[in-house]
Design a binder for this molecule. Structure first.
Ligand code: 13P
Length: 288
């Protein structure tokens, strides 16, 4: 079916009380593993692309063409959205131009007036083209591809201002962090999440920094309006771990074990398993 907007998949998830996973892609292996996992468990899926990853994969156009061709060649029939993750203004324009079906414009580091002005422009641009739009209030903590935040908690009043511009889904900081969580992490701020959900109507909410959040917190967040959960680091960690074990077992030295198709296979399989586990936890099995 090609690429689809993330709006219908997330509206349905919000109504029915589950979340759709957004998994970041970096290369061919990642993309294939995530698409195959989604197809196996019949789940909708969002492929997240950071600006750094788009550059690494030689540009937005290449990413779009690769994902479209892969959907066709692998006979993927579940809904797939190709989504710009934490996009800047310029990055959003480039991803729209290249044919992404979903955009995150992250204006959280601007003063709220500027975030409102730029998000409003993005609402107009994306709506005309049927592309879904995610906005952000209150930066997410940690660092991802050079985007740094400090574990902020969003102001529900600001969330309402951005929500009322007509964004399709809203990312709001509730103490979540990109990457691994520190041992002394206070956990998600459910009081603030509740406030945000009250003032944003039926808008699906987005939880970034999905890696390492305990299952009970994930489930509680979903019951309070979180309908999209982003996971990146966890796939990277299991990929590295599986690859290290392959090399440490000397398998690259046996026969043609050095062939990248063999060398990358255990890591690719590990990503597939993690993606399926997350989809089960998020409740999106059989929701395609
Ligand atoms: P993690 O790397 O912590 O899973 O976060 C992913 C994310 O939020 C992508 O925007």
């Amino acid at each position: 079916m090609g690429l689809v907007s993330a709006k219908p998949m997330l509206d349905k998830a919000y109504r029915e009380g589950y979340a759709v996973g957004a998994f970041n892609i970096n290369n061919l292996e990642w993309t294939k593993a995530i698409l195959l996992a989604a197809q196996e468990v019949s789940s909708p899926v969002i492929l997240g692309v950071s600006e750094g990853a788009a550059k690494y994969m030689t540009g937005y156009k290449v990413v779009t063409e690769m994902v479209k061709a892969m959907i066709e060649s692998l006979n993927i029939t579940v809904p797939v959205a190709l989504h710009l993750d934490h996009g800047s203004y310029e990055g959003a324009l480039k991803a729209i131009e290249a044919g992404f079906s979903s955009i995150m414009f992250d204006g959280s580091h601007y003063p709220i007036e500027e975030n409102i002005k730029l998000t409003k422009e993005m609402v107009e641009r994306t709506r005309k083209l049927g592309i879904s739009l995610e906005a952000e209030v209150g930066a997410i903590g940690g660092e991802e591809d050079g985007v740094i935040g400090n574990g902020e908690v969003a102001d529900p009043k600001e969330c309402k201002l951005i929500n009322d511009l007509g964004v399709d889904f809203l990312a709001a900081g509730i103490g979540n962090i990109h990457g691994k969580y520190p041992a002394n992490w206070a956990g998600l701020n459910f009081e603030v999440l509740n406030e945000i959900n009250k003032v944003t109507g039926d808008t699906p909410l987005v939880l970034h920094g999905g890696t390492g959040i305990p299952a009970d917190m994930i489930k509680k967040a979903i019951s309070m309006g979180v309908s999209k959960i982003n996971v990146n680091t966890e796939c990277q960690l299991v990929f590295a771990d599986a690859t290290r074990k392959y090399i440490e077992a000397g398998k690259d030295l046996a026969g043609k074990g050095f062939d990248p198709r063999k060398l990358l296979a255990p890591g690719t399989e590990a990503i597939k398993q993690v993606v399926k586990e997350k989809m089960e936890l998020f409740g999106s099995f059989n929701k395609a």
